[in-house]
Design a protein around this ligand. Sequence first.
Ligand code: ADE
Length: 224
Amino acid sequence: MKIDIVTIFPEIAEAPLNSSIMGRAIAGGYVEINFHDLREFTTDKHRQVDDTPYGGGPGMVMKPEPFFAAIEKIKTPAAKVIFLTPQGKQFKQARAVDLSKEEHLIFLCGHYEGVDHRVVEALVDEEISIGDYVLTNGTIAAAIVVDSVVRLIPGVLGDDQSAAVESFSGDGKRIEAPHYTRPAEFQGMAVPDILLSGNHAKIDEWRDEMAEQRTRENRPDLLE
Ligand code: ADE
């Protein structure tokens, strides 16, 4: 898979996506990630990427020209162009699974009050929000979406099982059961006996029950 991230702050996406599992996914050739500075696509002396909004109002709006120039240079026929914005469709695990099968993803990241809407109308295939809160910068959201997508590319996670049985996978209606490791007793708190029993049928049953209970407590919306 090829990923291009277009932003005025490439360094915000570079740090998380060059480390740990993402760094290994790049080194292993599972994904190629290119970080583009939007200012490289300006043509004026001051490399201006924003301007005041038509109709008045607070803040600045990102100019269309640098985004159009960036897409002109980067886009391939297979590319899907995604814009990160709190006005987008809410991102879910099922969308991450679908995006992990794409050949080429381009992420356009906003800043300030927003972006000239002609960018969305003419260039963008999909607007994504990572949740109902507002960040200072879409680049943080892009790093989150890219991480969730790249880890699903076959081979990126060492153990293929770990993506198959996690929260929101399958029908997306449950979160995972809790996990424990050694020591079996710690500060008076014991690991549930069943996990030490070696009875895998019973352990599966227990995990099902716990997943159900944890979902009821923390994410009742998933059960509706
Ligand atoms: N930019 C600012 N807030 C955002 C959000 N919640 N999701 C995606 N992009 C954003």
